[in-house]
Design a protein around this ligand. Structure first.
Ligand code: DGL
Length: 265
């Protein structure tokens, strides 16, 4: 067993940091390689065929390069579309990200749930199956927003949040059929918990936000329960697939998540 083998946490951008935080709490000394596929960002406006072609191939290259103990696909879009392809291509544990419809259904009093994700995620049959399985007595109202993904990226770069933009996105969800009754919103994109406070402040009515990040962290800890991690945490690495110049604005934000070594692929 090699204690230095890292956890590889993968997203199109910085959304996976919302998943990294609870993983760090459970596995404080695990070596972390955080990969943002900035060259492929955003995923939410891509076709399933593009995601299916891109993600397994890229993760294959990343697995060869970083030899991880486990990969977390900290991205709903990639998971709902390409998880099976990644698992078929790689011989190591892969944890995916599933929209938290089940816990949301358990919490909703009004039996109306919002699913806020990327345009690609909210269209997925995978979401239909989750809704049928876990929320069959609820109205499940979906809304995809690429703008909200960009707002989360901007926040990590230190750009002040525009309250009206968050309000507009929520109002578009509430305006859909059944949306007026929503009391619980699934944050079905890993970028969105990073702007949960802004969403809460901008909402025109009280709602509860639910996401799956704690469950992903528990699953990661469980799957690596026999692994012996180093005594102290090595420097966290953030790896971007895109241009070096685009990475600079993220440095301070990444450091707040313990990722002080920043590089491009
Ligand atoms: N963070 C990703 C997700 O969970 C997608 C963001 C994007 O690239 O559109 O779906």
């Amino acid at each position: 067993m090699n204690a230095a083998k890292p956890l590889l946490i993968f997203d199109s951008g910085i959304g996976g940091l919302s998943v990294l935080a609870p993983i760090r709490e459970l596995l404080p000394t695990a070596p972390i390689v955080y990969v943002a596929d900035s060259a492929g960002y955003p995923y939410g406006t891509k076709s399933p065929a593009e995601i299916e072609a891109r993600v397994p191939a890229l993760l294959g290259r990343l697995a060869e390069r970083f030899d991880p103990e486990l990969i977390v696909i900290a991205c709903n879009t990639a998971s709902t579309i390409a998880l099976d392809g990644v698992r078929a291509a790689l011989d190591l544990p892969i944890v995916g990200t599933v929209p938290a419809i089940k816990p949301a259904a358990a919490l909703s009093q009004t039996r109306a749930i919002g699913v806020l994700g990327t345009e690609a995620t909210v269209r997925q049959p995978y979401v239909d199956r989750l809704a049928a399985q876990f929320a069959s007595d609820c109205t499940v109202v979906r809304h995809g927003s690429a703008e909200l993904v960009d707002l989360a990226e901007a926040k990590l770069r230190g750009t002040p949040a525009d309250r009206a933009a968050f309000a507009r996105i929520l109002d578009a969800l509430y305006a859909r059929p059944g949306g007026d009754r929503i009391d619980t919103i699934v944050l079905a994109c890993t970028h969105f918990p990073l702007v949960e406070e802004e969403l809460g402040r901008a909402s025109s009515k009280p709602v509860r936000f639910v996401d799956g990040k704690e469950g992903i962290a528990r699953r990661t800890a469980w799957l690596t329960r026999d692994h012996v991690w180093p005594e102290s945490a090595p420097e966290g690495r953030a790896v971007f697939t895109g241009r070096t110049t685009d990475v600079e604005p993220y440095r301070t934000g990444l450091a707040r998540f313990g990722l002080t070594r920043v590089e491009t692929l």
